[in-house]
Design a protein around this ligand. Sequence first.
Ligand SMILES: [Mg+2]
Length: 202
Amino acid sequence: MKAIIFDFDGVIHDTYEMAYQINLKISGENLTREQHRDFFNGNIFEKVVVDEEKERAESEQFYELQNEAYKYLKIDENIKTNLEKLSKKYSLFIISSNQEEALDNYFQNNKFIHIFREILGAETHKSKVEKFKYLFEKYSLEADDCIFVTDTLGDILEGNKVGVKTIAVDFGFHKKDRLEKGNPFKIVSSFEEITEVINNLQ
Ligand SMILES: [Mg+2]
């Protein structure tokens, strides 16, 4: 094991309620939590779009509201401690569908940007599969050298496509029963458990 690749939303930071409330507002109060959770069953950018112009405007509005809210997010101290420990033994990366701009701001505001070798978001590619391939190539990694940590079924499925093992966390956007559908390597409920599973892999 050489590298740990983290998803951001729902793993490093619990942004579920924030994301739901923004989407609820944009949808004109017409979106259930279940419909919102379904967005993440596959790649978020592959959902069926009826009106492209409306979708583009809504997406812009989402990022505008989200990026403002991100300015005030404080990283959880326990997560920070665990990431610091892991960074001493492994290279840490982020692969997210969120904007790199928002993630960079988050880690800069929390003075924690140095912990990751690279943060890849939507600006690099909309497909996580392509972002995995980019990391493997750039850092001379095999899928077996890496473990992916995420909170959604869609992400597990993208990890499966490149043959990377996934540790799914059940404290994010998706609950255990949905995560199981992607057949992840392990499902855990805390950052301590993530560290434990990784240490046992060696
Ligand atoms: Mg996530």
